[in-house]
Design a protein around this ligand. Structure first.
Ligand SMILES: *Cc1c(COP(=O)(O)O)cnc(C)c1O
Length: 234
């Protein structure tokens, strides 16, 4: 049972290599984030033993708990919606915050970063598909949001993130990944001070291969590594 994680990781890594080959990309240019949300620390440890060092969580409390229990060479990625009043708990623990979607949130991150004397790397989350249920700035506002955030101390914009719709056929999301890449290129051309567009965080279990062929530098895979998540419905 416990070898499921090892086997799943091998499958995902093989698929990553295949997608890179198909699109003529260097396999080193795409990094896998193991999304361990809702999963016990034992599962995180197993993936760590298999070589994973990038882990994604979507809740502050869970991230902090796992941070305390796990080795310090892990790069923790905050991938979920972040409330301003919780920013203070993670600014000095996270490697990258993927979910910045407002100036107000960025201001709070900046304030806490300055207080703790760290620089926090962030991605701006864009709701490229325009889904009502999702967080993220609109495609139209993404560039100006990046410009605003870039002015703040203690925070550095490293790229963009999107959560594509849930679809049966991953090909349906190709246009959204291409759209995020286009916004990213537009921002690069603007040469904004304090912005180094390097990362495109896109692609999950159902669609990471398509995301890689469209230029993802980070893919976020949960179910494909750890299996289905159980949510408490009571
Ligand atoms: C849960 C989650 C993932 C992983 O989803 P899977 O479909 O299980 O791979 C990726 N990104 C974000 C933002 C998530 O919340």
């Amino acid at each position: 049972m416990n070898d499921m994680i090892r086997e799943n990781l091998e499958i995902v890594k093989q698929n990553m290599r295949d997608a890179c080959k198909k699109s003529g990309r260097d396999p080193e240019s795409v990094r896998l984030i193991a999304v361990s949300k809702t999963k016990p620390v034992e599962d995180v440890q197993k993936a760590y033993q298999c070589g994973c060092r990038d882990f994604g969580e979507n809740k502050v409390q869970e991230l902090v708990e796992k941070y305390e229990k796990m080795p310090k060479d892990i790069r923790w990625h905050m991938i979920g919606h972040l409330q301003r009043n919780k920013v203070k708990y993670i600014v000095d623990k996270v490697y990258l915050i993927h979910s910045v979607d407002s100036v107000r949130l960025a201001e709070e991150i900046s304030k806490e970063a300055v207080k703790k004397q760290v620089t926090v790397s962030v991605l701006v989350e864009v709701n490229v598909a325009g889904e009502e249920s999702k967080f993220g700035t609109t495609s139209q506002e993404a560039v100006s949001l990046v410009e605003e955030i870039a002015k703040l101390p203690g925070i550095c914009v490293k790229g963009l993130m999107t959560i594509a719709p849930y679809v049966e056929n991953a090909e349906e999301n190709r246009l959204y990944f291409a759209k995020l890449k286009q916004i990213y290129v537009d921002i690069i051309h603007k040469n904004i001070d304090n912005v180094c567009m390097e990362e495109l965080s896109m692609g999950m279990t159902g669609d990471y291969e398509v995301a890689i062929t469209e230029g993802a530098t980070y893919i976020r895979v949960g179910t494909g590594i750890f299996g289905e998540r159980q949510y408490n419905t009571v």
